[in-house]
Design a protein around this ligand. Sequence first.
Ligand SMILES: CC(C)(COP(=O)(O)OP(=O)(O)OC[C@H]1O[C@@H](n2cnc3c(N)ncnc32)[C@H](O)[C@@H]1OP(=O)(O)O)[C@@H](O)C(=O)NCCC(=O)NCCS
Length: 299
Amino acid sequence: MPIVVRPATADELAHAEEMVARSINDLTVRHGFGPIATSRPSDFQAFCHRDDPRGVWLAEDDGGEIVGFAMSWVCDRLWFLAELFVAPGRQGEGIGNELLARTVQHASEAGATEKSLITFAFNLVSQGLYVRQGLLPRVPIYLCRAERESLGPAHGPTLSATPFRMASVDFEILRQLDLATLGVSREKHHRYLLGDPTMKGVFLEEGGQRVGYAYIAATGHVGPLAVTHAHGMPGAIRAALAVAVSGDAKQISVFVPGTSEALATAASQGMRFALPMVLMSTRECGNWTRYLPRNPGFM
Ligand SMILES: CC(C)(COP(=O)(O)OP(=O)(O)OC[C@H]1O[C@@H](n2cnc3c(N)ncnc32)[C@H](O)[C@@H]1OP(=O)(O)O)[C@@H](O)C(=O)NCCC(=O)NCCS
């Protein structure tokens, strides 16, 4: 059946995300992790589409069914592939390759010189595709999870967490913290997160200085989190987990790079590793000892 690959429109994003959830669950069930995706709102996809529709593509079969979806965003010189999914039953037919080629074009159109993404560590197909585009596996990342009630006490120093004052968030400090950890500004993404009333943002402070930030969702999910010095990471994750524990979420979760000392801190507080992911990039980019991504799409 002929497949058409074309730019996605805003009103197709919710439907595309249903296919994405099916594709994720098909993959994770096949690899013994069980279904992990639930149908979720396409708010971030809609935001990225409004911001720069050049990165949002879909593949459609001749019956009008969405059989593939890809989305990339760009911040300064960084191009990030947020999603690339092909419907179960339509994989291995070249659709992923086609979609990837379109989103990679977005990088050159936007003048991005570095490419990066986070994919499932157990998916050899996706990694094979990305390696051929020059993105190599660099950093293991673990989804860590615990029941809120069973999260153990924090041992060791904790940074102080001061909630953002929503009326006057200091975007210049956030920009500097991102430049220090990731090398690019993510101001538009902070504005996106701050527009979500279920999201709490805090500055992480040491000796009265703002040395990092963290976001904690009402769902109990922590991230993104950034801190200027790697030695501050254990104290930073302890602080963010404490904010999450003070809420009413049933579960606490966070994505932690294997290069960050935060992983040992999370494990020592009783968090279990639920899903292995891997960061792939064209070169070493960002400092993954000092940054916890929000999820594989937002980074
Ligand atoms: C990953 C995914 C998007 C790829 O799309 P697809 O349409 O199945 O892929 P294509 O048919 O275009 O290409 C598959 C390529 O994988 C490569 N590949 C397959 N198995 C491989 C392996 N074991 N090692 C290396 N490369 C491999 C092949 O090179 C093949 O290309 P070829 O046909 O030119 O030889 C799709 O399989 C999918 O949705 N998987 C589940 C969700 C997922 O993991 N998404 C990625 C999230 S970042």
